[in-house]
Structure formats: structure tokens, C-alpha cells
Design a protein around this ligand. Structure first.
Ligand code: CA
Length: 392
């Protein structure tokens, strides 16, 4: 038997216990829980087939009462002696995409980000569009290109047209960017024709991951009118391997920064809350931003309520992301287009003046939040390296 050593202050202590999918040499992907620097095999310890699956979907579909029961059992399990063959050093397992992503939607919930992009793209107009404070603006992304942290990102090709060019050309994006976001994973869906009220959010959402919504700004700028983002975003979206359960984020709940005007009744919550999660963005190993999730205007519950307000069904494995997290200060901006003010204010990265991503660059997001044990819990990381475009 093994007693897992949990060092004081570990971001993966007993108050976190995030779920993921892993494999070891010669064995199939299955569900595990991260505890300190170990992964505990739930298929081997809890005796339920839902954990012997290559995604969390079957477990998530069992619903909130079951999530609570398993969380409590796992806490007891890893507090005591665990069978040796059910514990693996995290450095020796291969992580897999934790969720079979059903639908993917990306919101735009940061007022600071939306205002900054408004100022950049429409300098002579109001920064926010008239709808922005009435509904959480979003678009449907491409679920099939949500990839695990560590997956290389091939520079996308597409149509782009600079303002001073007469006609578009096709080729590798010249303005490849990141967006630091939080993603919410739906565990229990809702049938077609029904809605999910903001107050029933905890019955539906299983947990959260870090998201990098890679964005080709030149492709995006040319294509987005009038139907919104498409190929400038759909080439890849990276997520972190560990899904932090909603129950682990109780101590991170904070009031929203304030909504004016008051949202319409279908978006009203008994108690509206955001999350005090601090993200760190590193570009080639150098910290360039600390976006604060607590500054987000729309709450996670309001985003889900809006997604289903028209009776659209939701499914186990649906992923919806918050949109770029940006705060009021320059160092709190979660995208390079904002950090470099559309390329006009380069950052010094490794001694070079940089605006957008070059081939070979690597971006890593990490995040932490207050934990119920009085410390801080971690989200792990979402990492990606840019490879050169593949032109045929
Ligand atoms: Ca985005």
C-alpha cells in the first residue's frame, strides 16, 4: 500500500482533487484524480465501470449527487493507504483529453477585453456594441478541434487582407495570437425545449479547465463580418488536462464586479457570483500577463442560462469558454493584441521586440484560486507550441 505524500501548500491537495484521463504503458486510458504529484486510478479503486472509460463523460452524466458522493469517497481514499498499483507519479502517465467535447461555445464576458477590442477595431465608435451589457455575447466554435495541452499548434493558413491591401491573399497567418480563458464543462445536460436557470447551474456544470483560444487575428478581421468568428479560431483550442470540480471552487466565489443595467429576468440569479481565479500567461517562459477572472462581467451561470434560453438542448461534454480574461491594468490583458495594442507597443520577449506569435514560440497558462483549506488550488497548465504552416 502507498500513502500519498501531500506537501504543505500543494496546489493539488485534498481540497482540489481534479479529474482527468490518463494511461500508462500497455494499458488503456481511464479516469484518475490528481493528488499532489500523483495520479490515483479510479477504475482500479472505486469499482465502477464509468471510470474505466477514455473520457469523463460517463461519470459526469451520473449527475451532481454522484459527483458529491465520489468526491467524498476519493477524499477518504487518498487520505489513507492506496493500493500500490493504483498510484502513479504524474510524470510517468500520459494525459489524454479529459472530456469528449460535445458542443463548444465561446463567450466574450470580459468588459475590459470587449472594450479594448472595440477601441482597436472601431476607434471612432462606442467601444461596446449596444447589446453587450444586455446579453452574454458568444459564438459556436468547433468542438472537434479542442485539443489537449501540449498539442502542437500548426500555424493556420487562410484569407487575410491588410487595410492597405487591395485584395485578399491566401497564406499563413501573420498575426497569430492567444486568448486566456476559463472553460466550463457541462456534466448533466438539458432536453431540447427546456431551459437552465442561472440558479440551477451547479446541477449542470461539472467543473472548469483552462482554455487557450488560439486566434489568427488577420484571418478573423477579414472574415468576421457579419456572422462572427470562423476559421480564424477553429483551427485549434487547447484545454488543460485536469477538470477542477465546481465543488473545489467554493472558496473562490466572489460577487460580480457589478451589472448595470440589471439583466433581464431570465439572467437574474438569487446570488450572482464570479470566481477569484488568477491566470498567469507565459510567452517563451517569460510572464507577460496576470488576467484576473474576478473582473468578468457575466457570470458562469448566466452564460449557461443564455445558451439554453431559446430551448436549445445542452449535453454531457458541452464546453463553453468565458472569452478572453482581461482586467483594467495593462499587465492583466489576456491576449497579445491587447498587450501590444494591435502590434503598436511590442513586448520584449527574450531580448526581442515581439507583437504576435512566431514559429517555435511556446505559450503556457497556469491558474490558481483560493481553496477551502485556506491555501490555493491549482489548475495545472495549458501549453502549446507554434509549428510552421503546412502549405500545399
Ligand atoms: Ca475567445
Amino acid at each position: 500500500m502507498t500513502r500519498i505524500d501531500i506537501p504543505e501548500g500543494s496546489p493539488f491537495g485534498l481540497a482540489n482533487l481534479p479529474y482527468g484521463v490518463f494511461s500508462t504503458p500497455g494499458s488503456a486510458p481511464r479516469v484518475g484524480v490528481r493528488v499532489a504529484d500523483s495520479v490515483v486510478d479510479l477504475a482500479a479503486t472505486l469499482g465502477d465501470d464509468v471510470f474505466a472509460q477514455p473520457s469523463l463523460n460517463a461519470f459526469m452524466a451520473q449527475g451532481r449527487a454522484r459527483w458529491d458522493e465520489v468526491r467524498s469517497r476519493v477524499r477518504d481514499l487518498v487520505s489513507g493507504d492506496v493500493p500500490d498499483d493504483a498510484v502513479h507519479p504524474v510524470s510517468e502517465v500520459r494525459p489524454h483529453l479529459p472530456v469528449e467535447v460535445a458542443d463548444y461555445v465561446d463567450f466574450y464576458a470580459s468588459e475590459h477585453h470587449a472594450s479594448n477590442l472595440g477601441r482597436l477595431f472601431r476607434p471612432d465608435a462606442e467601444p461596446l456594441m449596444p447589446n453587450w451589457k444586455h446579453l452574454p455575447v458568444g459564438y459556436h466554435g468547433r468542438a472537434g478541434t479542442v485539443v489537449l495541452s501540449g498539442t502542437d499548434i500548426v500555424r493556420p493558413c487562410g484569407q487575410r487582407k491588410a487595410p492597405d491591401e487591395q485584395a485578399p491573399t491566401f497564406g499563413p497567418s501573420r498575426r497569430l495570437d492567444i486568448e486566456a480563458e476559463l472553460g466550463f464543462v457541462v456534466g448533466t445536460g438539458s432536453p431540447l425545449g427546456s431551459t437552465v436557470s442561472p440558479d440551477s447551474f451547479p446541477d449542470h456544470v461539472f467543473g472548469a479547465v483552462l482554455v487557450n483560444d488560439w486566434s489568427a487575428r488577420d484571418i478573423q478581421a477579414w472574415e468576421y463580418v457579419p456572422l462572427g468568428p470562423n476559421l480564424g479560431k477553429s483551427f485549434a483550442t487547447s484545454i488543460s488536462p485536469w477538470v477542477v470540480p465546481l465543488a473545489a471552487l467554493e472558496a473562490a466565489r466572489v460577487p460580480l464586479p457589478g451589472q448595470d443595467p440589471e439583466p433581464l429576468p431570465y439572467l437574474a440569479e438569487r446570488e450572482s457570483w464570479g470566481l477569484d481565479i488568477e491566470v498567469v500567461v507565459e510567452w517563451n517562459g517569460q510572464e507577460v500577463a496576470r488576467p484576473p477572472y474576478r473582473e468578468m462581467y457575466w457570470s458562469p451561470a448566466q452564460m449557461l442560462a443564455h445558451l439554453t434560453a431559446n430551448g436549445a438542448s445542452s449535453r454531457t461534454g458541452d464546453l463553453y469558454a468565458s472569452g478572453t480574461i482581461s482586467g483594467p491594468d495593462k499587465h492583466q490583458r489576456g491576449a497579445f493584441i491587447e498587450l501590444t495594442w494591435n502590434g503598436r507597443e511590442p513586448l520584449e520577449i527574450g531580448g526581442e521586440q515581439r507583437t504576435f506569435l512566431e514559429d517555435g514560440d511556446e505559450v503556457v497558462f497556469t491558474a490558481s484560486a483560493p481553496s477551502t483549506d485556506g491555501g490555493r488550488l491549482g489548475f495545472g497548465e495549458v501549453r502549446g507550441r507554434v509549428l510552421p504552416a503546412r502549405q500545399s
